[in-house]
Design a protein around this ligand. Structure first.
Ligand code: TEU
Length: 559
């Protein structure tokens, strides 16, 4: 990793520790469970391991509600376990990236416990407090991303505090230099423990428009996000972290950018801006949201998916910036079930998503289980769900008039729990995840879909991912090739080309369950023909036996 941009050829593996591997039998995964599986990840070939929150937390939002940024939650293990994990990762030449959740803290954090005691408490301005509106209600009409109002009333001091997510996740006040200094300190604390990288949770929400104006409900989404998304001082704040920490430790950093724009992402990840290495954006994961509404259903818009990929590939490349590439994470249903076919064409679908993504420019992220084709489980009733957002929305959808069955169906499709079921290691009870009772149900297909079975099978989804990861290291055009879309609104196929002065790579993906025809571009076809003839001449001294190379190719379903 001598060159500064070593992460441009890297692949990141995302670990949701609660569901990865349980070594104590308490039904939830733990740090030692990840340490035990490092050789598995090393063999897969990933370079960076992104460990999601394991800090002290009441677990209302599975660790994204942090109550102590520098202490390990005993459910996950000890600081010694963490230090051992960090050493074992480095010993294998891999890198550790951890989650930093500093848009908000848990209301159980000591800072908040202090702040809520009185209006003049020293920690009061670590958070965002406002007087009630004249009618006694919330200061404005902003909505929480988990449903309901974005403000919670505090009786003791007769003020509201801002909670853009759960009501126990209080937004930190980044206008306060003391808060920014606290964040620098906690980043340094972990960097000193050998952490190479940081994933910054909703970092583009930290700067709020200080007027706290109500939003206009008549213009979508009207929930207040325009007053805090990519806010007035966000680049200044992130640049400050770069100057004080990321530069010093040569950290790889990725910003999770909720509802962001291409222009801002170009700024966040352009090296000259000295902010972040790369960004996550979510536009491609809203192509099945009618008018951007998550809690309504429609078949996904294939053309929109392709044009978004193309717009961002070209825009970020022209901007000299860098994207985190992903189809799956802990907040999204499994892409194989959402977009393709996790039944009859299970393996084909999983490989198709992998190939399509890994040929693009950016750093690919593999969410645990994606590499073996884990899919959405079949949910039978609301009792099986754990996610605070899903449970809130099950109630809210019924308050809005949906029947219990309609609400349950919506949760089945959209719940973040779809990706949070335990990692499927083998066909033993609970898929080898725990000897106890798992905190959330295991997908009943684990006897067929598990690591052990796929390690043995050369043509498995696992081995397909392994090859793609290796390809990224050996085929330079994947890293620096210009992107060009090749299919013109083809109803089944997404095809693109990556080219530099030496190589041309073409990726042609049939996103449909039927055969599909595609004509190779003339330039590529003639190059290919010439190369085949030249090879024949070289290898067998003549070209008579070379079969005719067709320009129009037929792809089988999900190929
Ligand atoms: O996600 C924030 C985010 O933008 C999405 O999670 C989305 O808004 C949310 O899933 C509702 O659909 C990050 C974390 O990835 C997520 O797990 C946390 O719940 C959230 O922030 C709050 O920390």
């Amino acid at each position: 990793h001598q060159d500064t941009d070593w992460w441009r050829k890297s692949v990141v593996y995302q670990v949701y520790p609660k569901s990865f591997n349980d070594t104590t039998g308490n039904g939830t995964g733990d740090i030692r469970g990840l340490t035990q599986k490092l050789d598995y990840l090393y063999e897969l070939g990933v370079d960076i391991i992104w460990l999601q929150p394991v800090y002290v937390s009441p677990q209302r939002d599975n660790g994204y509600d942090v109550a102590d940024y520098c202490r390990i939650n005993p459910d996950f293990g000890t600081m010694k376990d963490f230090e051992e994990l960090s050493q074992e990762i480095q010993a294998r030449g891999m890198r550790l990236m951890i989650d930093i959740v500093v848009n908000h803290s848990s209301t159980e954090h000591v800072w908040f416990k202090e702040a809520r005691q009185s209006r003049d408490n020293a920690y009061r301005d670590y958070y965002i407090w406002r007087d009630p509106a004249p009618d006694g209600g919330p200061p404005n009409n902003w909505k929480s991303k988990f449903g309901g109002p974005a403000w919670q009333y505090d009786q003791t001091t007769d003020q509201y505090f801002l909670t853009l997510f759960d009501k126990t996740q209080a937004d930190l006040n980044w206008e306060n230099p003391k808060v920014r200094q606290e964040v620098v300190k906690l980043l340094e604390f972990w960097a000193e423990k050998g952490v190479s990288g940081f994933r910054l949770d909703v970092i583009n929400l930290i700067s709020k428009d200080q007027r706290f104006l109500s939003d206009d409900r008549s213009t979508a989404p009207g929930d207040g996000r325009k007053y805090y998304t990519d806010g007035p001082r966000v680049h200044e704040y992130i640049h400050e972290l770069y100057e004080k920490v990321f530069r010093k430790y040569n950290n790889v950093t990725v910003g999770e950018m909720s509802s962001t724009s291409l222009e801002h992402c170009i700024r966040y990840s352009n090296p000259e801006q000295k902010e972040l290495s790369m960004t996550f954006n979510f536009h491609h994961l809203k192509v099945d949201y009618p008018k951007g509404q998550k809690w309504e259903l429609m078949p996904y818009d294939f053309e929109m998916l392709k044009s978004l990929f193309s717009e961002w590939q070209i825009g970020m490349q022209q901007g000299g910036s860098w994207s985190a590439l992903f189809f799956n994470n802990h907040d999204q249903p499994r892409a194989i079930s959402r977009f393709l076919d996790d039944g009859a064409y299970h393996a084909e679908s999983a490989k198709l998503l992998a190939t399509t993504l890994h040929g693009l420019q950016g750093t690919p992220y593999i969410f645990q289980g994606e590499e073996i084709g884990m899919a959405n489980p079949k949910w039978s009733d609301i009792e099986e769900f754990r996610d605070v957002e899903s449970l809130n929305m099950y109630r809210i959808l019924q308050e809005q008039g949906k029947s219990a069955e309609e609400a349950l169906n919506m949760i089945r499709e959209r719940s973040r729990d779809n990706s949070r079921t335990p990692m499927q290691w083998d066909d033993s009870p609970n898929a080898g995840f725990t000897s106890g009772t798992p905190w959330i149900k295991v997908d009943e297909r684990y006897p067929q879909i598990n690591v052990q079975a796929q390690l043995k099978e050369p043509s498995s989804i696992y081995h397909h991912y392994q090859k793609l990861i290796r390809l990224r290291k050996t085929v330079q055009v994947i890293t620096d090739g210009n992107y060009q879309r090749l299919d013109e609104a083809h109803p089944q196929i997404y095809a693109y080309q990556r080219s530099n002065e030496k190589e041309t790579l073409i990726v042609i993906s049939n996103f449909s369950g039927q055969e599909a025809e595609f004509d190779l571009p003339d330039s590529f076809y003639s190059q290919l023909q010439a190369q085949v003839l030249a090879s024949a001449e070289l290898l067998i001294g003549n070209t008579e036996q070379v079969p005719e190379l067709k320009q129009s190719i037929t792809l089988s379903p999900y190929a």
